[in-house]
Write a protein that binds this ligand. Structure first.
Ligand code: NAD
Ligand code: WQD
Length: 341
């Protein structure tokens, strides 16, 4: 019997790529999303890539009256819970929106799982919980730091809600995946990141600058204590990241979890600087990115990258794509969206 997975926030960037990888790995998928930060084109893209029907329910998953009927209609073996607000800067100005949505989403999902006897959940956490770690790369044992933003705090609080819930409710199993910096797009260029307005994240800003939608990329700081002075991050291809979810689901539904609550770093283990990323993008795609070095961005950390050995050995998963391949995919997606070439 095929296992079925509910993907909350499955019309979003990471959720849509994960839906594809789940289907290609032999799972049935149901997508639920309120489309507050997504478009139906993503779901249509998933259907086109996989040739699967992929049921979609437009629902605010923080509302039991909207979420519970989905569990009723589509019995599932597991949930991957992506749905959340994710804009760090916005969360500083609208903390209550972020606490309400992100916390009540997880709580409502866990309540539905209890009511309908679903025992497996993968939660989207973030490397943001590490802040500026004292020792790099970070392992899953690296202490979490005080969150820099309400958004970051919701990730920390949700991890704790999940940890306490699996402790209290026998049978319930949870995996928190701490994503590093997801970038890139599906090689088909049918799905990818759809930032609204001016992008905050580096790669969409780079692709939009290359496409002529933005005049100039600001590189935030070249006076950090790093090899070229710009910040270091662990940029992971979104398809590699999506496959980590398939591995996590397989571990849980296959009864291979070693503890009811587990945490894995999902990154490449490769630190890349902002300038290195920009220059690699230019080289691999044969385009210029107009950029200027400006001052540091408030709240930025200097460097973070993952020790991925635990995820590699325990999940049997490894990030495979090169930075070049990923940045070619990011540019391909931008061109496809804009009808360039
Ligand atoms: P995204 O915004 O593209 O996807 C999130 C989806 O959740 C959106 O489609 C949105 O419409 C939906 N959503 C929000 N509130 C909802 C609600 N109440 N009910 C139903 N749907 C709702 O973001 P993403 O980049 O795909 O991120 C997915 C998850 O991964 C999020 O939890 C995010 O915090 C986490 N994460 C993202 C990154 C990153 O850099 N993209 C890094 C670490 C963690
Ligand atoms: C990457 C690097 C910037 C834009 C954020 C969240 C984090 C996680 C991932 C969800 C930094 C530099 C950026 C630009 C630049 N999300 N940069 N010019 O800040 O590492 O992480 O996304 O959990 O919580 O904080 O990602 O893509 O914004 O920045 O120079 O226009 O690029 O300074 O060094 P970040 P980012």
């Amino acid at each position: 019997m095929k296992k079925r997975v509910l993907v909350t926030g499955g019309a979003g960037y990471i959720g849509s790529h994960t839906a594809v990888e789940l289907i290609e790995a032999g799972y049935d998928v149901v997508v639920a999303d309120d489309l507050s930060n997504a478009e139906m084109t993503a779901v249509e893209g998933v259907r086109r890539i996989t040739g699967a029907e992929v049921p979609f329910v437009k629902a605010d998953c923080s509302d039991p009256a909207q979420l519970f009927p989905i569990f009723e209609q589509y019995p599932v073996d597991a949930v991957i819970h992506f749905a959340a607000f994710k804009a760090v800067g916005e969360s500083v100005h609208k903390p209550l929106d972020y606490y309400r949505n992100n916390l009540s989403l997880l709580i409502t999902v866990l309540e539905a799982m209890r009511k309908y006897g679903v025992e497996n959940i993968v939660f989207s956490s973030s490397c943001t919980v590490y802040g500026q770690a004292d020792v790099l790369p970070v392992t899953e044992q690296t202490p979490r730091k005080e969150a820099e933003s309400p958004y970051g705090n919701t990730k920390k609080m949700c991890e704790d809600i999940l940890r306490d819930s699996v402790k209290a409710y026998p049978g319930l199993k949870g995996i928190a995946l701490r994503y590093f910096n997801p970038i890139g797009a599906h090689p088909s260029a049918l799905i990818g990141e759809l930032p609204r307005g001016v992008p905050n994240n580096l790669v969409p800003y780079v692709t939009q600058t290359a496409a002529g939608l933005r005049e100039q990329l600001s590189v935030f700081g070249d006076d950090y204590n790093t090899p070229d002075g710009s910040c270091l991050r662990d940029y992971i291809d979104v398809v590699d990241l999506a496959r980590a979810h398939v591995a996590a689901i397989g571990r849980m539904v296959g009864g291979r979890s070693k503890a009811p609550y587990e945490i894995f770093n999902v990154g490449t283990g490769r630190p890349v600087s902002v300038l290195e990323l920009v220059h690699t993008f230019e080289k691999v795609n044969g385009v210029k990115v107009n950029y200027k070095i400006v001052g540091r961005r408030a709240g930025d950390i200097e460097a973070v990258w993952a020790d991925t050995s635990y995820a590699n050995s325990e999940l049997g998963w490894k990030a495979e794509k090169s930075l070049e391949e990923t940045l070619a995919g990011a540019w391909n997606w931008e061109k496809h969206r804009r009808g360039i070439e």
